[in-house]
Write a new protein. Structure first.
Length: 279
């Protein structure tokens, strides 16, 4: 939702001060406004959580001996380590899919199809609005069929249909803005659909004593390898057209999510209450 809000702000800024040459107001300083708005929203959310959200009742009621040992040390041994490695695989796949869509796609639309400025931002706003709705629907579906089943099914859809529609998008004639906007939306939804469970699934994979550390590290460390996607594309470009290298990233990302989900247990009905610590 934060990404969607920032893109909406960008659209408003572009409508007020259209991007032009290097001397245009947007290029000179206007592009900084969405970053400032995003930072303000993040700080506001942090402030709200700090002063208005209490610690969970499960954590408060947990055996206090679970809070005396370093959570990081506990996270990297035994069953917790297995959970972390499995989450790391899933989240690495998710970040790879996210980069293939949210990071790579705008550049391809601008350079290959000539969709720039307000038209580009408008297309992304539509895509992210629909994606936000799909995320809610995905969460509801997973509540019925299970997290594991949803992640495996959604990643399979990403690998097959997501790649197919991305291919169609890459081969759409420049200037056909309505079709490009439609394919951008469909491709974004299909490629990033597994992300509907990204935060929920991590929370459900760790026991109370290490949940915060497991979530923070599982979510953040997995960003590192996918962040080098440009280098992966450069390497793949030696064997195939550069524009199609993003399709390989989608397939690999989806495969990682599928394998990671298959490796892990079902978590839909997980009991967050910690088991009694042996005396």
């Amino acid at each position: 939702m934060l990404i969607l809000a920032v893109v909406l702000v960008t659209l408003v800024v572009l409508l007020m001060m259209p991007a032009g040459d290097l001397t245009s107001p947007y290029v000179q300083w206007g592009w900084r406004i969405p970053f400032l708005v995003g930072a303000a929203m993040a700080f506001a959310l942090a402030y709200y959580y700090h002063y208005a959200v209490e610690e969970s009742e499960v954590w408060k009621k947990a055996d206090q001996t679970t809070h005396t040992e370093s959570p990081i040390k506990t996270l990297f041994r035994g069953e917790n380590l297995r959970s972390f490695l499995q989450v790391f695989v899933v989240m690495t796949g998710f970040w790879l899919l996210l980069n293939a869509s949210l990071a790579v796609m705008p550049g391809l639309l601008a350079t290959q199809m000539g969709v720039r400025g307000v038209s580009l931002t408008f297309a992304l706003v539509i895509a992210y609005l629909i994606l936000a709705v799909v995320y809610v629907i995905g969460g509801a579906i997973s509540q019925r069929i299970g997290r594991r089943a949803y992640l495996m099914a959604a990643s399979a859809v990403s690998a097959v249909l997501g790649t197919f529609f991305y291919y169609l998008l890459l081969n759409t004639a420049p200037g056909n803005t309505p079709m490009i906007t439609l394919l951008t939306t469909v491709t974004t939804v299909l490629v990033v659909a597994p992300g509907a469970l990204s935060t929920v699934y991590i929370n459900e994979r760790f026991q109370t004593g290490v949940r915060a550390s497991g979530f923070g590290l599982g979510y953040s460390l997995a960003i590192i390898l996918p962040a080098f996607y440009v280098f992966y594309q450069a390497g793949l470009a030696r064997f195939m057209p550069f524009n199609y290298t993003v399709l390989v990233l989608v397939v690999i990302g989806a495969a990682l999510i599928f394998v990671g989900a298959a490796w892990g247990p079902e978590t839909k009905d997980v009991d967050f209450a910690p088991a009694p610590r042996p005396r």
